[in-house]
Design a protein around this ligand. Structure first.
Ligand code: SF4
Length: 457
């Protein structure tokens, strides 16, 4: 949908109005709102009991997805908010992979009946690993399940380190779904964030990956980076026409200098204010739409929108299991009734694995209400509506605090008058998101998020 000028102005004003820091709702409740469950598991046996009761909630033979976190990056991109270890010491990789395997065996020894459906790799930079280390990791999981029906989902890659032999390893193991960190095609902007990534190098990597059978490529782009202007985004982002990628994840720059000291590097730049950010966002959106993409999810653009959309902690996907086991430093696991996070510090994670404690840094017992909200947010983000049954649940949930519910409802009504949602309480879908509203999914979720105090205030 290419917008006429007056529509573009209206949308730009709304982007400015709704520019609030909110979570992406890739899972719920978000880490910030986990409540420390008591008693904390103190040893392997305690932990086994906790997990047994959690896996007991999975019916039949548990089929789960696996997320493997590879934290290493050779260089720090100053916008990055991931749990990473910046190093050029590749000697660290192999021992870490041994810990990953050990961690998996810790779970597998307790629950040999577990079946893995899809394995996702994220980071950091999974292709920090050499071709032989990637082979060792992939073959370990293939062998653990006798090569049975496990498949590999998205692997996040940095094009600067995706040498030919690593692509060949992916080809060998049937890995064809790549999420590439790009951020911008403008080298000057990239240098401002300490990421020297020439367009030609990216183009070659993508061309090579596209030769893989059934390859699927999504790229990440960011607006709000230091040095970006409306003109630079117009000129740079249209290069996407040369790449023929399948999907784009468009993110705002997340400024959080109080937790990310490295963003202090931006003090030499005039960073975009909310008004300018709205201009950059709208420009990026329009360039992507002009290039033939459709906005289908929260910052998610697709050339040919999939019939079924799901989302998990790694992003959008076409399918997922009801549970996700996270392996590696800082990895998050999400099971029905329980969520946990591994140690976030590499040395501490390694010590715990080596001592066979296998204990997380944080765990949260998910309530039935939270599970229901998680389902509602996923449906809203992927299908763009709320069913009548879920709407009734939301209403009855908030009835304990009528003032908060009135406030939320009045803000939703405002969004309706702005053309972002359709509200019809007699319909089997009382809330539906309009095409323009897709750009505001975060805000719609935020209004229905019981943990979002800004809304209730
Ligand atoms: S390569 Fe990716 S994970 Fe590593 S610092 Fe850059 S953005 Fe962060």
């Amino acid at each position: 949908m290419i917008l006429e000028d007056n529509q573009a102005i209206q949308l730009r004003n709304l982007l400015e109005k709704y520019h609030h820091p909110l979570p992406r709702y890739s899972y719920f409740p978000t880490l910030k709102h986990w409540k420390e469950a008591e008693p904390q598991p103190k040893n392997k046996d305690d932990w086994r009991n906790v997990i047994t009761s959690c896996l007991g909630n999975l019916s039949g033979q548990p089929t789960i997805d696996l997320y493997i976190h590879i934290p290493f990056c050779e260089q720090l991109c100053t916008f990055c908010g991931c749990n990473i270890v910046v190093t050029r010491d590749h000697q660290l990789a192999n021992p870490y992979l041994e810990d990953i395997k050990k961690e998996f065996q810790f779970y597998f020894s307790m629950f040999p009946e577990i079946k893995i459906k899809t394995i996702y790799l994220g980071g950091g930079t999974p292709n920090f690993l050499s071709a032989s280390e990637l082979t060792s990791l992939f073959s370990f999981f293939k062998e653990a399940f006798h090569g049975s029906s496990i498949s590999f989902g998205t692997i996040e890659i940095d094009p600067r380190y995706m040498e030919e032999e690593k692509i060949e390893v992916c080809q060998k193991y049937g890995i064809n779904n790549f999420s590439i960190g790009v951020q911008d095609f403008n080298l000057e902007v990239l240098k401002n964030v300490n990421r020297n990534q020439p367009f030609e190098l990216l183009e070659q990597t993508i061309l090579r990956i596209k030769q893989l059978k059934q390859s699927y490529i999504s790229i990440d782009l960011i607006y709000g980076l230091p040095g970006q202007t409306v003109k630079s985004i117009q000129e740079s982002f249209k290069k996407i026409n040369d790449l023929q990628v399948d999907a784009v994840n468009l993110y705002p720059l997340a400024m959080a200098t109080w937790i990310k000291g490295h963003q202090q590097a931006y003090s030499n730049f005039k960073m975009a204010n909310p008004k300018e950010l709205a201009d950059l966002h709208l420009t990026a959106h329009q360039v992507l739409i002009s290039a033939g993409f459709s906005a289908v999810g929260m910052g998610y653009y697709h050339r040919s929108p999939p019939a079924h959309l799901r989302r998990n902690i790694t992003g959008f996907t076409s399918d997922k299991s009801s549970s996700l086991l996270g392996l590696g430093v800082g990895a998050i696991s999400l099971f029905p009734g329980l969520a946990w996070q591994n140690q976030r510090i590499l040395e501490q994670y390694r010590q715990q694995i080596q001592n066979e404690k296998g204990m997380p840094i944080k765990f949260h017992v998910t309530t039935n209400e939270e599970a229901r909200f998680e389902h509602i947010f996923e449906t809203l983000i992927c299908n763009k509506f709320i069913t009548l049954e879920n709407w009734r649940f939301i209403e009855s949930f908030f009835k304990i605090n009528p003032a908060s519910w009135d406030m939320r409802l009045s803000k939703l009504t405002e969004m309706k008058s702005e053309g972002l949602i359709i509200l019809n309480f007699n319909n089997h879908k009382p809330l539906e998101v309009t095409p323009s509203g897709i750009l505001f999914l975060k805000n719609i979720c935020g209004l229905l998020d019981p943990n979002n105090e800004q809304t209730s205030n």
